[in-house]
Design a protein around this ligand. Structure first.
Ligand code: IMP
Length: 215
């Protein structure tokens, strides 16, 4: 069965400014009017799931129910292989409230040092689960991953753990890339090859659920 399509207005169910900016950029060519959970004053549900997909569904469902509009949520995180996948679904929580990602990145470095994990063994990946939920309960799920390794922080761009993540095959961290480079999507190409975890999940979502691009 084919996926249900979005049109008109949709809520981006996040209070994270970095994610909101990326989702707005990704949605821009599709003529979807994106309003954020913050703009609608929606409350943030507790992320009680044990997977990215469950937490994304919790956020999308809550926003769809509260707004009466289809809602798109991302749940994402950084999984460090030598830390058994931590911080993973707890990536935002490692930064505390208010979020301090310098502290979260320092914690990752500290945990790696404590375990004696050298620079050559610092493999990690980002994961993004995107869920679109409609007010009638219908849902669609898309997941994306990007593999790479951790390095000492470089760059002021992006958000969260971007400065310590060096994607495989690249010489610049996500923190040193423009958002276009981090998405890696060239819409003019017949086969766009997205780079970031969010862009990879989004490209699948776009094929399944979005109207044709404008312009
Ligand atoms: P949550 O999905 O709201 O639970 O938060 C995910 C957390 O993972 C974010 O607050 C960031 O710390 C981290 N994260 C997810 N995606 C990215 C990314 O693209 N760059 C850097 N950090 C990310």
């Amino acid at each position: 069965m084919s996926a249900r399509r979005l049109s008109g207005r949709a809520v981006i169910a996040t209070h994270n400014a970095g994610k909101l900016a990326e989702m707005r950029e990704l949605l821009a060519p599709f003529g979807i009017e994106a309003v954020s959970a913050g703009e609608l004053d929606l409350s943030e549900p507790d992320e009680t799931g044990t997977t990215y997909a469950e937490n994304a569904a919790i956020k999308a469902r809550a926003a769809a129910r509260a707004s009466g509009l289809p809602a798109l949520a991302d749940d994402s995180g950084l999984a460090v292989e030598a830390l058994d996948g931590a911080p993973g679904i707890f990536s935002a929580r490692w930064a505390g409230k208010p979020a301090d990602f310098a502290a979260a990145m320092a914690r990752v470095a500290r945990e790696l040092e404590l375990r004696g994990i050298g620079e050559d063994r610092r493999r990690a990946h980002f994961v993004s689960a995107l869920v679109v939920a409609w007010p009638d309960g219908h849902e669609e799920l898309f997941e994306g991953r990007v593999f790479g390794r951790l390095v000492p922080p470089r760059g002021e761009r992006g958000f969260g753990y971007d400065p310590i993540f060096l994607p495989e095959g690249f010489e610049r961290t996500f923190g040193e890339m423009s958002s276009e480079e981090k998405h890696g999507i060239d819409w003019r190409s017949a086969r766009p090859s997205p780079l970031s975890h969010r862009a990879r999940a989004f490209l699948d979502l776009a094929h399944a659920c979005l109207p044709p691009r404008e312009g």
